[in-house]
Design a protein around this ligand. Structure first.
Ligand code: SF4
Ligand code: SF4
Length: 288
């Protein structure tokens, strides 16, 4: 099974549009939306839920009033200002779960309990199995949730005998991106031809290089700035990345999103043809 991860330096570059087309062309495959902070691939894949599981990804401190001797040490050492005095209590929304208060408490009065951080789901879509997740409001630990989601999606792919696992990653270079890199066969970076798009691309390419992963570049809306498109491609070549092609700026993208369909599914358009050609190139690379 080949794992294809689609990333971008920031949100809104067309990463999910590309992931949707790859999912359609790779069908029957397993697709996972690893952008758990702002999941949206389900909008165009319209999956039907088969299984939902709660995800407990962190711990919060609490004070056992029966043991507390009101020394105030926990309040002094808490850098998150989560502890209130008289009586000593901890605000779970401010608590980071670091444990410093527990190490310093002379009475063993601080306890920890697991908290619900999110939910992950496995569903069926018209292109195969779809796995997605959602963080609870204000919850962190998205990297751990992505790791859980990837494990479950991998199991589903093995069970279904799928040839491809398509992963719609998170934007940027943070924890959820790092968690999505393990075991991938190819990383596709979708970038726009702007100065900031080039800087975002380079930041991401450096991360992939550090991790020993080879990437591919797909330039979205290339025709809005041909000069910057050339610079992006030169930067990609400098990293030894493969060039998957250029995607035209096209109103068909918005029409497909409004129809909640993958690009090119309901009607052909230039951008759809460009992404389809990119998939053919990538597949040829994966089969080498
Ligand atoms: S676990 Fe850390 S953040 Fe939470 S109350 Fe204790 S010291 Fe503060
Ligand atoms: S350090 Fe322990 S005993 Fe002291 S106030 Fe905090 S919880 Fe109570």
């Amino acid at each position: 099974m080949k794992q294809v991860l689609i990333l971008s330096g920031k949100g809104g570059t067309g990463k999910t549009t590309v992931a949707g087309v790859f999912s359609r062309l790779a069908a029957a495959c397993v697709t996972a939306d690893c952008d758990v902070d702002a999941a949206d691939l389900h909008i165009i894949l319209s999956p039907e839920l088969s299984e939902r599981k709660k995800y407990y990804g962190g711990k919060k401190a609490a004070i056992d009033a029966a043991k507390c001797v009101s020394c105030g040490r926990c309040r002094e050492v808490c850098r998150f200002e989560a502890v209130s005095a008289e009586p000593y209590t901890i605000d779970p929304h401010s608590c980071d779960g670091c444990g410093v208060c527990a190490w310093n408490c002379p009475a063993g009065a601080v306890t920890f309990k697991e908290i619900l951080s999110g939910t992950w789901m496995v569903s069926s879509s018209r292109f195969g199995v779809f796995a997605g997740a959602r963080l609870e409001p204000a919850e962190e630990n998205s990297g751990k949730l992505v790791a859980t989601l990837k494990t479950e999606a991998g199991k589903a792919a093995e069970a279904a005998g799928a040839k491809y696992l398509i992963l719609d990653g998170s934007p940027g270079i943070g924890c959820p991106v790092l968690a999505s890199l393990g075991g991938v066969s190819a990383v596709v970076i979708v970038a726009e031809p702007t100065v900031s798009g080039r800087h975002d691309f380079i930041r991401l390419a450096e991360l992939l290089k550090q991790q020993g992963l080879k990437g591919f570049l797909l330039v979205n809306k290339y025709d809005l700035n041909l000069e910057e498109t050339g610079r992006l491609e030169a930067a990609a070549a400098g990293f030894g990345f493969g060039l998957l092609g250029r995607v035209a700026f096209d109103a068909g993208v918005i029409k497909a999103l409004l129809a909640r369909r993958t690009l090119g599914e309901a009607a052909a358009c230039p951008a759809a043809g460009d992404v389809e050609a990119a998939w053919s190139r990538l597949r040829a690379e994966l089969e080498k």
